[in-house]
Design a protein around this ligand. Structure first.
Ligand SMILES: NC(=O)c1ccc[n+]([C@@H]2O[C@H](COP(=O)([O-])OP(=O)(O)OC[C@H]3O[C@@H](n4cnc5c(N)ncnc54)[C@H](OP(=O)(O)O)[C@@H]3O)[C@@H](O)[C@H]2O)c1
Length: 259
């Protein structure tokens, strides 16, 4: 089988790390991207095979994103997993504008630039996975920038899915719900880790990535929602008016419930 290379952003923890582990087991050569070099080095040491590598880059900065587009130009990448992303549980108007804009830089700006660089060199059979979220369709008032950023990623992914079909390049917008990663700890500044959320609401990271990789093999759907509970939750926008939905999500998504 021809060697395939995957570049995964946000590979130092959570969903990105798990993508690296499962894809390496499937024979992919991995390039992991993130800011924490120690975590990337540790990951590379765990992967089967010895061709894997990593790139330390801060995707909130132009220079960081440029270093990854340079890497995409240097090596033929068959799968890009645009995974790096985060949220901050903080009222929009009370927090610094720069803090809010930074979310947009990583969750949207870097995703657009890397998707563009990847798709220009992509060949038939290659694939792009963008990490969206159930929040793409269930905007959570406690996380306005995050919700808006993930709605953007889902819409972008659906449009690129349609655009790229004729080229034989598959684009997926992956929508997990609450997943057992560092996400809640990062968003809450360490005040919560999601462990007190109802078990039925959370998915283990291995299950999320396994579902994504099954969908990648099938190459059918533009949007892949992982987990039965998450798929059920996406009936809410069909059952409630938009006005009612936002009011319900303001209560259900209140970070205080996680503390
Ligand atoms: N966990 C959930 O409940 C959930 C649900 C739906 C969607 N998602 C999405 O899944 C993706 C992965 O999140 P996760 O749950 O795996 O969270 P996580 O464990 O916190 O991982 C986030 C990853 O993004 C990287 N990252 C953050 N800011 C970065 C920056 N400025 N430059 C480069 N890398 C950066 C982090 O690496 P460094 O800190 O080392 O830079 C880390 O590897 C995100 O896009 C998230 O929105 C998560």
């Amino acid at each position: 089988m021809e060697a395939r290379r995957a570049l995964i952003t946000g590979a130092s923890s959570g969903i990105g790390r798990e993508f690296a582990l499962q894809l390496a087991r499937q024979g992919y050569t991995i390039t992991g991207v993130a800011r924490r070099e120690d975590k990337l080095r540790e990951l590379i040491g765990e992967l089967p095979g010895d061709q894997h590598g990593y790139l330390v880059a801060d995707l909130s900065s132009g220079a960081g994103v440029q270093s990854v587009t340079d890497a995409l130009a240097r090596q033929q990448v068959n799968l890009l997993v645009n995974n790096a992303g985060y949220s901050v549980f903080a009222p929009f108007f009370e927090s610094e504008l720069a803090l809010q804009q930074n979310i947009l830089n990583v969750n949207c700006g870097a995703v657009v630039t890397l998707a563009h660089a990847f798709l220009r060199q992509a060949q038939r059979g290659d694939a792009l996975i963008n990490l969206a979220s159930v929040v793409s369709y269930l905007p959570t008032p406690a996380q306005p920038m995050y919700s808006a950023s993930k709605a953007f990623v889902a819409a972008l992914s659906e449009c690129l899915w349609a655009e790229q079909r004729a080229r034989g390049v598959y684009v997926m917008g992956l929508c997990p719900g609450v997943t057992e990663t560092e996400f809640i700890s990062t968003a809450s500044g360490g005040a919560a880790d999601g462990s007190n959320l109802p078990g039925a609401m959370t998915q283990p990271v291995a299950a999320v990535v396994a579902e994504a990789l099954v969908a990648l093999r099938k190459r059918r759907k533009a949007i892949v929602v992982t987990g039965r509970v998450n798929r059920a939750m996406l009936w809410l926008p069909r059952l409630l008016s938009r006005h009612r939905l936002i009011k319900v999500l303001a209560v259900a998504g209140d970070p205080e419930r996680m503390l």
